[in-house]
Design a protein around this ligand. Sequence first.
Ligand code: NAI
Ligand code: MG
Length: 363
Amino acid sequence: ATHKLLLLPGDGIGPEVMAEVKRLIDWIDAQGIARFTIENGLVGGAAYDADKLPITDATMAKADAADAIIFGAVGGPKWDSVPYEHRPEAGLLRLRKDLGLFANLRPAVCYPALAESSSLKREVVEGLDIMIVRELTGGVYFGEPKTITDLGNGQKRAVDTQVYDTYEIERIARVAFDLARKRQNKVTSMEKRNVMKSGVLWNEVVTQVHGREYKDVTLEHQLADSGGMNLVKWPKQFDVIVTDNLFGDMLSDIAAMLTGSLGMLPSASLGEVDAKTKKRKAMYEPVHGSAPDIAGKGMANPLAMIASFGMALRYSLEMGELADKVDQAIAAVLAKSLRTADIKSEGATVVSTSGMGEALLKE
Ligand code: NAI
Ligand code: MG
């Protein structure tokens, strides 16, 4: 089969790290391991410069048709004065919203060679491999009403509303349980049922989905605050964590810092399974931004982008073994003490973006 990919490099270091993914794709193709049909598109500031829009309808149509979207990063000072609705980030938000990408997967993996550079003790992080599943399209970031009202007495009132419907919790729970089955078979659900109605419903629905469809998976519930504490204290107790948009935003950033640099962190955003094609809409992107401070210098770490492509191989393209090889190659280049500047350590060989990409291919 031919896999349809849409590459959206974006701005800043986006195109630099995407070039290393392209190199990997070309290699896979040349080896005859898989065939790809590649579309390219503009997003963010690059799209604004060309079309006065952060993403065009034509690019959205390509995104809709793709088996997987590989996204670099958007934004930068050049577009600071662009009208708010056309700012670079609006391109990313439109992709998430229009494609219904409700499940954000953020792995936190600590590669052995980087265990030293974690913010935590070596024994706490070495061998760490957890997956945070964050609900991405609901909750307090989107719930209505969302207002600031002038109360007239020198006071204002800000209101955000946390809203979750059963179906939203069910579908994110299923994503978490399905992932767990391919990992250590354990899900920890986090909410605040002690103080939030949405936490009560979250807990209830996750428990029901488990009882109906996933009895073979171990399910545990933790309150999101003490869960956060446990994440820092002994993260290896977790396999898959499933949580709402707000808690997931915070917990995934905290988990990220267990493992080292921003330049190492991949992510995936998944939509619903299409009834006809049985496929999910999916976008894969590094957690980092466009890093304007190092753009154009050949210094960017391409491993987050490459690991994101690895997630595409695993979750959209049914090439789990090849995804394992990508992960092993990342571990191997790090074990050989090759480092881009962001993760350099004593005695390491500092390599450029393309130097890292080439070394990875050799592995
Ligand atoms: P950033 O992630 O771009 O950079 C933060 C720091 O980490 C910088 O010092 C940067 O040099 C470094 N860094 C990031 N990725 C790296 C990599 N692959 N290799 C080596 N070093 C790396 O976040 P920042 O500076 O807050 O934002 C810069 C721009 O990116 C802004 O316009 C922001 O809006 C945008 N942004 C876009 C995101 C996206 O496209 N998903 C996410 C976050 C920020
Ligand atoms: Mg965040």
